[in-house]
Design a protein around this ligand. Structure first.
Ligand code: LRH
Ligand code: MN
Length: 431
């Protein structure tokens, strides 16, 4: 039996915090009603919001320099699902888990699916991995995978992606995310057009293997591990390829995969306008692909992304349902705490964007009143919606204060007992 936080303990902890929450909630209700906003509508929207967890994010992450594992690290995909279950139990906003193969490979898909279902979880898009050589692999990806010059290497990479689709299908997933590190470190090392032609040839084979109700997400990234030219380096290349491949191919925006100061919210608006915005890997960064906690460095950017998503949803209605996923690496915090806080920060940006007075905004825009248009957005961003987020958790049986409750439960200590450290194990994925 693995330790689970007792729902009774959650109820007891919430009882202590509920009175304060109720008064904060009523105070916010007053502020919002003066703006013509109904707090109950916003709370229902918050309850309906969801962002998927990265299975590879519940183990301690690291860099190329070092990784400092914590206690009670997940040892396999079942431990990872266990921790994802606890994050959803307390936040009620993360019912989906995005798996990564071969890191999460299992021979018993049924048992894994049942374990997830018992924890109220389902599987979101799965991720292939042709940026590392797996044990026993016939051909190396040192010089690329889907773009490799050697047709046997490309065939191996295509076969791996089709294998991910089959395993994902058995787990109830409906999407495949393809991020490749393929590229060059020297000018002249590879023919840039040739590489992309080989990429499209490989992706057509993967696309042909997609079940009818599946999507494939193309994830662009400016650099790393390639440091001169990356084959799928930006949204333009991703968009061109997704358009070339067909309606089941969409673009995935990882917030950390752009040059510093890139206007990511405008990329979101563009991809949404042309019906190719498939999903997100939310995180934050200061310099490169830092994979820091969402909203921890630039929460205004996260808000502006959701402001564009609000605009797109207003235009495209139900047809517009991008996949929301976190993709982070937790090197110095307890991954469970970071993922809980990050999921709530993404939910916060979503609710703040719903607070935008769209009538006033378009009025100021139509009158070229730049200052008042900017202030209209800022008013929504400056609104502290914490009471709405906490009430949404409370009404869904979660924790009013997830991190405080998690620490009070001593969950990590219980896992330290259950999961004796395995020296040198880095099965969780990142480094
Ligand atoms: C690449 C990336 C990709 C994942 C990997 C874990 O940087 O963002 O989404 O496969 O991180
Ligand atoms: Mn990513």
């Amino acid at each position: 039996m693995t330790y689970r936080i007792d729902p009774q303990f959650i109820a007891e902890q919430n009882t202590r915090a509920h009175q304060q929450l109720q008064s904060d909630y009523e105070a916010l209700a007053g502020v919002l009603s003066r703006r013509g906003c109904d707090i109950e509508t916003l709370t229902r929207q918050a309850q309906a919001f969801a962002v998927a967890l990265p299975s590879w994010g519940v183990g301690t992450g690291g860099t190329r320099f070092a990784r400092f594992p914590g206690h009670g690290e997940p040892r396999n995909v079942f431990d990872k699902i266990d921790d994802c279950g606890t994050i959803h139990q307390l936040t009620r906003v993360t019912p989906g888990v995005s798996l990564h193969f071969p890191w999460d490979r299992t021979t018993d898909a049924r048992a894994l699916r049942e374990a997830a279902t018992r924890l109220g979880l389902h599987f979101d898009a799965v991720n292939s991995n042709t940026f590392q050589d797996a044990a026993g692999q016939a051909h190396s990806y040192k010089f690329g995978s889907l773009t490799a010059l050697d047709p046997e290497v490309r065939a191996q990479a295509v076969a791996h992606n089709i294998d991910c689709i089959e395993l994902g299908h058995a787990l109830g997933s409906k999407g495949l995310t393809v991020w490749i590190g393929d590229g060059a470190n020297f000018p002249g090392q590879s023919n840039l057009r040739g590489a992309l032609e080989r990429y499209l040839e490989s992706m057509r084979a993967i696309y042909a293997a997609l079940p009818s109700d599946w999507l494939v997400f193309i994830e662009h990234k400016l650099f790393e591990p390639a440091f001169y030219a990356t084959t799928i380096a930006d949204w333009g290349t991703s968009f061109a390829c997704a358009t070339e491949l067909g309606p089941k191919a969409k673009c995935l925006v990882d917030l950390g995969h752009h040059a510093p100061n890139t206007n990511i919210e405008m990329i979101v608006a563009r991809l949404a306008q042309f019906g190719k915005l498939g999903g997100f890997h939310f995180n934050d960064s200061k310099y490169g692909d830092d994979d820091l906690d969402s909203g921890s460095i630039n929460p205004f950017q996260l808000f502006l992304v959701f402001n564009e998503l609000r605009d797109a949803a207003g235009r495209d209605g139900q047809a517009f349902s991008p996949a929301y996923m976190l993709d982070q690496s937790h090197n110095v915090t307890d991954p469970i705490e970071s993922l809980m806080i990050s999921a709530v920060e993404v939910q916060r940006a979503y609710v703040q964007a719903a607070l935008v007075d769209t009538q006033a905004l378009s009025h100021h825009q139509m009158n070229n009143d730049a200052l008042m248009a900017a202030q209209t957005l800022k008013q929504a961003f400056r609104t502290d919606v914490s009471a709405i987020l906490a009430m949404a958790r409370y009404r869904c049986g979660g924790a009013i204060d997830p991190v405080a409750l998690y620490r009070a439960s001593a969950y990590r200590d219980h896992k330290r007992e259950e999961r004796p450290a395995v020296r040198g194990s880095s099965s969780s994925g990142i480094v």
